[in-house]
Structure formats: structure tokens, C-alpha cells
Design a protein around this ligand. Sequence first.
Ligand code: HEC
Length: 475
Amino acid sequence: MKLTRILSVALAALSILASPGCAQDKEPSSGARLYLQYCAGCHGSNLKGGSGSNLLDNEWRVGGSTAQIYETIFTGIPSVGMPNFGAQLGEEKVREIVSYIEQVRATGDTGAPAKPVRSYSKLENLDYNVNVDVWVDGLNDPWGLAFLDERRAIVTEKNGPVRLILDGKLVPEAIEGTPKVVADGQGGMLDVTIDPNFADNGWIYLGYSHQLSNGKAMTRIVRGQLDGMKWINEQVVFEAPPATYMDTRHHYGTRIVFGPDGMLYFSIGERGRQQNAQVVNLPNGKIHRVTPDGKIPEDNPFVATPGAIPSIWSFGHRNPQGLAFNPVTGDLWESEHGPRGGDELNIVGKGKNYGWPEITYGINYNGSIVTRERVREGLEQPILYWRPSIAVSGIEFYTGDEFPYWKNHLLVSSLAFQELHLLHIENDRVIHEEVLMKGRGRIRESIVGPDGAIYCVMNDPHEILRLSSGGERRY
Ligand code: HEC
């Protein structure tokens, strides 16, 4: 580190010591404004974390001294998806942000007006009064949820455990013998789904971050069966070639769904290497399609392309964490975390290129440009993009009987914005978008239960909410 930078960091530290403790009645400092603009989307407006880490606890990846925090922000941590801000913001602005973080750490005061905690139990929209109940709590970072039947559901926890819910109660012990995961950054035990013929064959599919002995990791899909609380008969359904495993710890994608064609579709994010999304010889930045036992369907688009990964179905994706088949058209719909202002909703077609990072509606999180191109012939356009990014996670078409007016509309879950959206769909167009729920926590995914209620997998607080009808409002 340059001497000037060390000096300026030391000065910044002094100015914090000199500044009065309470910032409540003042204009937000420049550091506070920069933090909200560039950092809050990942680290939370209260600095307590989101997709980025909690900046108030004392756990540091690099280190918590003023100089180390400055260095982290200036140069980023590329292996985990922490962008670098030095070139874009310059030394002074980075210093102001460090001062702000240290001030909040010292005083516990973000300077922002305290937000009321939202713990409402009722919502309403034009169609329904909606009851919001905590269905299951006491979870640790839940990620994926799948119902096995009317009474049982499986929920994954990101740091590894796979848990059983029986009659709405979480079984205290985890299922024994599920795969070992690398729970670091955005990786861990991620999605779960069941076989369309589960009642006959008992297959459950898990998607997770798998680590080789060299420390590199990639998304892997296995299936197994339950014998009481034991995971048995495990088979690998998809495993990437070892040479394609990576040191990075983010953008794993990993949503798994079955298609009406009986095939298993799943997503892998570009693992923090943007350009890899365009290379069909690599598994990352792709939607994949395999048979339930992991074979390559003959009609996959790249089976005859030399060197290509034959499970690839579509490419040019950034970090897709939502997949759902449209029950009316039979098409595969996909959502992906974009760069800043570029979250996307796509209809995925065989062999098509969705353009990341050649075209995008977003910019890098540090404010630099990915590309100015939005549209290019041969590259697919999204059918919707979110600006600002809502941090779009799971998507699911509503198919139950609890909310008949919502049939075949799309539920979209957002992490950073803590929102559940309802998208009214006609053919291939989104004709109306409504925020059904907001501010109850980060939403990983929302699925339709066998009873037609909507179950939302929540982070912060870590629980599953059940949304049921409190009566029609269209009298
Ligand atoms: C695109 C998301 C994203 C944005 C935007 C972002 N960060 Fe991060 N940041 C991360 C991730 C991911 C990590 C690594 C978290 C982990 O350790 O698992 C991280 C780590 C950090 C760390 C190190 C924390 C530790 O535990 O050692 C600091 C400090 C930090 N970020 C500050 C900032 C500041 C200040 C900004 C705004 C200028 C910012 N970040 C913007 C994602 C982001």
C-alpha cells in the first residue's frame, strides 16, 4: 500500500474520533450517501448483511482495521463477488465510506431514521385479503423448499443440513447422510425438488456447492431417497468436469425443476467469470437439461458440438436462481440476478443465447460499464428487467385453488427488496406487476403448497411464511 494511502486512512480514522457520536438530526454524511448508493444493496442499509457480509460483527474475511477495510473496498475480493470500488470512486470517496462504516460500528447508529419492524399478519390486494402466518421458524438460512406430499416437506439450509417438516412442524434432527457442501460465500446446500413420480419412486433431488480436494467448487446435482430420517441410495445426476471447478465462491445459480417433458432442468451461474457464460465448453452461466438419472437427452442443442458440455440447454446467463414452467404455454421461464439494474425475466428456448455479458440493461455494482449494448441480433431480450435490481430469486406460477384469480400468474421473490411480486401474464407478456408483500424479510423462493397456499422461504428472519386467503374482496 502506498504511503499516501496509509496517511489518508489514518486521517480518516482521526476524523471519526473527532466527529460527534449522534448523526440522527443531521444531513446524512457523504459517506452515508455513498454507502446507500453503492453498498446497501448487498450489505443491507443497516450494514447487517444481505448477499454481502455483516459489517458490524467482528468476523472479517480480510481484516477489520481501518486500513484493511479501506483495502477491501478499494481492491474488492474478486473470489467472493465483492466488487472493487477504487478505480471508480477514487481514494477520497472510499475513505468517506470507511469513516461511515467505522462510525456506525462505534455508535451503532446508521444515521437513517429507524424503520418500523414489519410483522403484519394481514395483507390485501384488489382480489383478496391475505393471511400471513409463520408456518415454520427456527431455521438457519433456509434456501430451497419442496413438498413431498400433503403432510411432509423438505427444506434445505445453506450451511448444509436438509430438514424435514412434518404436519407444519420442523423435525429437530437433520436428515442423516446428505452430501457434504462447501458453505462459503453464496454456496452451500441450495435447491431441492422431487421427482414427478415421487409417490412411486421416492427420488428427491438436491443441488449444492461441491468442493474438490483442491478447494475448487462447482454446482452438483444428486438424487437420493428417504428411509425414515436417513438419506439413502444417492446417485450423481450432474457433475461438472473437474477442470471446470473454480476458486470463486459466488454465482452458483442452482435452481432445479422438472419440465412437462419429464426432463430435469437446472441453472448454474457464471461463478463470477462473466465471459464464461458465452463459452459452451464450460458449465457456468448456463441452463442445463438432463434425464432424471443424469443422462444426456439426444435432442439437447449442443450434443454434436465438439468440446461442448452436452447438458447445456441455453447460455449467456449471469446468476439464474429462478426457474418455472408456464402451465399454459409449457415454456421454461427463468429469472436471473443481473448486474446493478439488470435483473432479468426470460423465456428460455433451446440453444438460445441470453446475452450476458455481451448485452445487458445493468452496470457493474461499482458503477463501471459492462457494455453499452442493450440489443444485438442473435441475442435474446428479456421479457422484463428490473431497474433498480430487486435481487430476483425464485419464481413460480400460481396453480392452486386458494387464490383462483391468480391462476397461472407468476410469483416472483426478491431478496434485497424483500418483496413478493405477482406478475399478471398474458401469452408471453407481463401485463401488470404488483407487490403483494414487502418488508417481512429477504425472500429466497415462494412455492405453491398442495393446499394451494403460498409458502415463502424467508431469510432474516429465517422462517417459512404461509399465505392463505382471508376472503375475496371482489364483492
Ligand atoms: C454485489 C454485491 C456487493 C456490493 C455492491 C458490495 N459488496 Fe462488499 N462484499 C460482498 C461480498 C459477497 C463480500 C464477501 C462476503 C463474505 O465474506 O462472504 C463482501 C465483503 C466486504 C467486506 C469485507 C467483509 C469481511 O467480512 O471481511 C467489506 C468491508 C465490504 N464488503 C464493504 C463494502 C462496501 C463499503 C461496499 C460499497 C462501496 C460494498 N462492500 C459493496 C458483496 C458486495
